[in-house]
Design a binder for this molecule. Structure first.
Ligand code: HEC
Ligand code: HEC
Length: 280
């Protein structure tokens, strides 16, 4: 009898503890998302002569200058405009692409997937952005010479957490809402949106920069079946193909190298589970 009561109490305590952990936003979790799988700095951190200028981390830069637009990722430290926004307004800007004045935030920030960021993770990202030092940097304002969509989707009220673990489901959450791997790696259709329903992971998008032109790879088993998990991991973390062949930008290898072993395992499990798609 005594033993049984003891066991029940321990068990209830454990469950309450783990449920609280899963639901509590934190600066640490926000730091992890922004600086590893989320790779926000791949667009929002300015470049110096030797790559990203970490003394101005998240201080903003020109991301893309093409016929369609000059996209400038703003300063998202407390030194930028967001300092005047409430936590709720900042969260809405990140998850729905709408500023407090109601205007739409333009591409290439991957709002196609950010509407799936969970409430807890969004709160963690906001907490982290509030906690970092203010960077004095004004990268300027974007100019869009194409019409922007009226909205990136219906308003988002609440998104539940996806339980963390080495599962296909959590891998899908990492590759989509948190990491936007799927946006770069799915061909854009005539409507200007990634064709998730028909060509998820098929690759074929072109990226232009000082490196010339790179093309996002097919990340379904059509391409990845030839590689071991360790080889796929080295490509994602280090940007190196088997035989020490360096890969091209703009995939942000240094950010992904900070991912935990479990998250990497979940991500690769998910890639292996994708329906094979033809090369584009
Ligand atoms: C692929 C590039 C890219 C990535 C990745 C990206 N952003 Fe952005 N972000 C932009 C661009 C470009 C804009 C500005 C678009 C405009 O001017 O309409 C922007 C705008 C914003 C804004 C609005 C700020 C303001 O002052 O108007 C916030 C907040 C923001 N991003 C946060 C984030 C966070 C947090 C992440 C990571 C979870 C992230 N971004 C990832 C490119 C990116
Ligand atoms: C900003 C766009 C972008 C993002 C975000 C991105 N990738 Fe990539 N990825 C690329 C490009 C471009 C290449 C091809 C590089 C080359 O040709 O050297 C590539 C190559 C790869 C490859 C090599 C496949 C092969 O056999 O050649 C893998 C695996 C991969 N990406 C997985 C991922 C995963 C997983 C994520 C998310 C954690 C991700 N990518 C995010 C653009 C991106």
């Amino acid at each position: 009898m005594t033993l049984r009561v003891f066991a029940t109490i321990v068990c209830a305590g454990f469950l309450a503890g783990s449920a609280a952990m899963a639901a509590e936003p934190s600066v640490e979790r926000g730091d992890y998302i922004v600086n590893s799988i989320g790779a926000c700095g791949s667009c929002h951190t300015p470049f110096g002569p030797n790559g990203p200028d970490m003394s101005k981390a998240l201080g903003g830069r020109v991301v893309e200058d093409s016929e369609a637009f000059t996209a400038i990722a703003p300063n998202i430290t407390p030194g930028g405009e967001i300092a005047g926004w409430s936590d709720e307004e900042l969260g809405r800007a990140i998850r729905e692409g709408v500023r407090p004045d109601g205007s739409i935030i333009g591409p290439p920030m991957p709002f196609e997937v950010y509407h799936g960021i969970s409430d807890t993770d969004l709160a963690s990202i906001v907490m982290y952005l509030r906690s970092i030092p203010a960077v004095e940097n004004d990268p300027g304002k974007s100019e869009y010479r194409i019409p922007l969509p009226p909205a990136w989707g219906p308003p988002v009220t609440s998104v539940a957490d996806v339980p963390a673990g080495v599962t296909v489901e959590y891998g899908a959450y990492l590759a989509g809402p948190l990491g936007h791997c799927t946006v770069c790696h799915t061909p854009f259709g005539p409507n200007g949106a990634p064709q998730f329903e028909t060509l998820l992971g098929a690759g074929g998008n072109e990226f232009h920069g000082p490196w010339g032109t790179s093309v996002s790879a097919n990340i379904t088993p059509t391409e990845l079946a030839q590689f071991s998990d360790a080889e796929v991991e080295t490509m994602i973390r280090k940007g190196m193909r088997p035989g020490d062949v360096a890969m091209f930008p703009p995939m942000s290898y240094p950010h992904y190298d900070r991912m935990s072993a479990d998250d990497m395992a979940a991500l690769i499990l998910y890639l292996r589970s994708l329906e094979p798609k033809p090369f584009q």
